[in-house]
Design a binder for this molecule. Sequence first.
Ligand SMILES: *Cc1c(COP(=O)(O)O)cnc(C)c1O
Length: 357
Amino acid sequence: MTERIAPRDSVALMDGYHSPQLDVAVRLNTNESPEAPPEAFTRALTARIADVDWNRYPSRDAAELRTRIAALYGLSAGNVFAANGSNEVLQTLLLTYGGPGRRAAMFEPTYALHSHLSRISATTVVEAERGPDFAIDLDVVREVLAEHQPSVVFLCSPNNPTGVVDPPETIRTVLDLVADHGGLLCVDEAYGQFAEFSAVELLGEDVPLVVSRTYSKTWAMAAARLGYLLGPRWVIAELEKVVLPYHLDAMTQIAGLVALDHLSEMQERVERLRSERQRVSAALSELPVDVWPSEANFVLFRPQERSGDQVWQGLVDRSVLIRNCSSWPRLEGCLRVTIGTVAENNRFLESLREVLQ
Ligand SMILES: *Cc1c(COP(=O)(O)O)cnc(C)c1O
């Protein structure tokens, strides 16, 4: 047999994305919504899909969807780029503004896909550190920008996997610094609807800022694969050149539109999760674990007396699956639990109490 062709170097070194999909009763590992979207949404979606012209390509510019998303923020369609999940949004951003000879900077620990997608797009990764309690340290930002002049700088607020929110002042300052050296700031707000402040209010035609959001977490639609980016028209126009033609299929576009007809029910889901997050955080703070304050739909914690692996396995043995971050750099011993339904959260807390005993 002839020798198999190897992937290009940066890919050969890569480690793929893993989150085990185990068969358990309580799944609190990927920050999905525990509730299905409203029934009225599912009915309307089914009816609309029956009318799709399946022999035709879908709307290439997804104009209706982009117009409706833009209206949520007082923007216009030209300020919105929609794609198959915010991961595809970020990938397109890096294919456009990253690439060979360019750098992307991120502050670890943060969402693993920021560095992963940078590598895939042959962008040089500049991994800087967060300060104590995972806050952004502005002195570090200044150093990194001065030394590396990254084309793209990522923030993630609320940050995954820590749940920590960047104060508005931090985001404003980072934006000023990025603007000064001619880069682009991307604030990943996958969990934005769970938090108080949004960088959306800093957007402007002459501001080098983009904000990515997704239907996956807040809007109970991880299965639909729909995310979007808000930004200046000149950025969106470049992204549209790079993304594959007709990348957003007809069903996804319709799902995105129909969801916007059910916003108040979507918002009720967010409110329920926020109040459950408070309850779970409070319960965790009564246990022998360190807990970080979260403004997302998950909470990061670290058992004080047991290893993360032990506790994770103890929970799996009780049919509760959470995210084991304990071997991730900078997160030694940490576990991340997604907020579920009241019943799921109770089952998690009871199982955790048993395991920690
Ligand atoms: C889940 C997540 C995403 C990606 O979500 P999609 O399902 O691809 O829209 C992006 N950023 C962060 C921080 C996430 O946690």
